[in-house]
Design a protein around this ligand. Structure first.
Ligand SMILES: C[S@@+](CC[C@H](N)C(=O)[O-])C[C@H]1O[C@@H](n2cnc3c(N)ncnc32)[C@H](O)[C@@H]1O
Length: 264
């Protein structure tokens, strides 16, 4: 059984209409996760789950799916699709405006999640830039890594940006502590909100298994050491986090979202 950081258990199988390629993909994933591989045969997901006594089932087919709590999750770049379309039309993106990013810049996204923001950063910094995302939860990391790797061939600009994002599994606290001073232009945080905001399927999974620990002032201090230009935090407009973390608040966007920053 695999355990994520909250000790959840899972097995890996394939879609019912399987192929040798799906089976070997599933076995590979099971091996990587240290999880049992289960032949799907004709069994339904609830039966597999019941027999294996696990909370979740990863299903390999054309895409990777995760079944949990009677719901199915798969990777989708989410709002990154719409945001890149808007940028291509010449419209502004609030996060990019606050980041003041230029082509060739580097970004450390400390809360990668489904990597929508990371993809938009990758689009903005272009081929010469670099975007690295840190995600603490192994299951989310897996879905996102596989999803980014599949890309989005029908939308070349999005596809290219998705393929440029590098995701690492681990805690941003540890990752930041290991980095030299001034090693990224921007260090970005989008922590789980203290209260829920209705969102897409991807975000629902984040709500289910995302790490919801608040940022600490120590983490912000480390981020200020690692960033060359700005540290940016996304929060709800009325959140007291801006004041607690010493951030200058800007922008009240859609759904009461705001950004806070510290210039360096
Ligand atoms: C609100 S989501 C980020 C969404 C993301 N900006 C996007 O565009 O899809 C926050 C994510 O950060 C992760 N996270 C929270 N604390 C973390 C930490 N200390 N280290 C690494 N990842 C963390 C959560 O597991 C969750 O997936």
């Amino acid at each position: 059984m695999i355990h994520d950081s909250n000790t959840r258990t899972a097995v890996v199988t394939t879609v019912i209409k399987t192929t040798p390629a799906f089976i070997s993909k599933a076995q590979e994933l099971a091996e990587e996760l240290g999880a049992p591989f289960v032949l799907r045969k004709k069994y339904s997901i609830p039966v597999i789950q019941e027999r294996a006594q696990v909370e979740a089932v990863f299903v390999c087919g054309n895409r990777l799916e995760l079944y949990m709590n009677g719901q199915m999750f798969f990777y989708h770049p989410g709002m990154a699709t719409i945001r890149i379309k808007r940028l291509l039309r010449g419209e502004e993106d609030p996060l990019l405006r606050i980041s003041q990013l230029q082509a060739g810049d580097t970004v450390l996204d400390c809360t990668a999640g489904f990597a929508s923001d990371a993809i938009v950063f990758a689009y903005a910094v272009g081929r010469e830039g670099k975007v690295k995302g840190i995600e603490s939860e192994p299951w989310i990391t897996y879905l996102v890594k596989k999803g980014l790797h599949m890309g989005y061939p029908e939308f070349p600009e999005l596809d290219e940006a998705m393929r440029r994002v590098r995701i690492c599994q681990g805690s941003h606290e540890e990752h930041l502590a290991s980095l030299p001073d001034k090693s990224y232009d921007i260090v970005y945080f989008d922590p789980m909100f203290r209260r829920t905001v209705a969102q897409s399927a991807g975000i629902d999974l984040l709500r289910e298994i995302g790490n919801d620990h608040p940022l600490t002032t120590d983490t912000i201090r480390q981020a200020m050491r690692v960033a060359r230009k700005r540290v940016i935090v996304k929060e709800r407009f009325f959140s007291s986090e801006f004041e607690r973390l010493g951030l200058t608040k800007v922008e009240k966007g859609a759904m009461n979202i705001a950004y806070g920053y510290i210039d360096l």
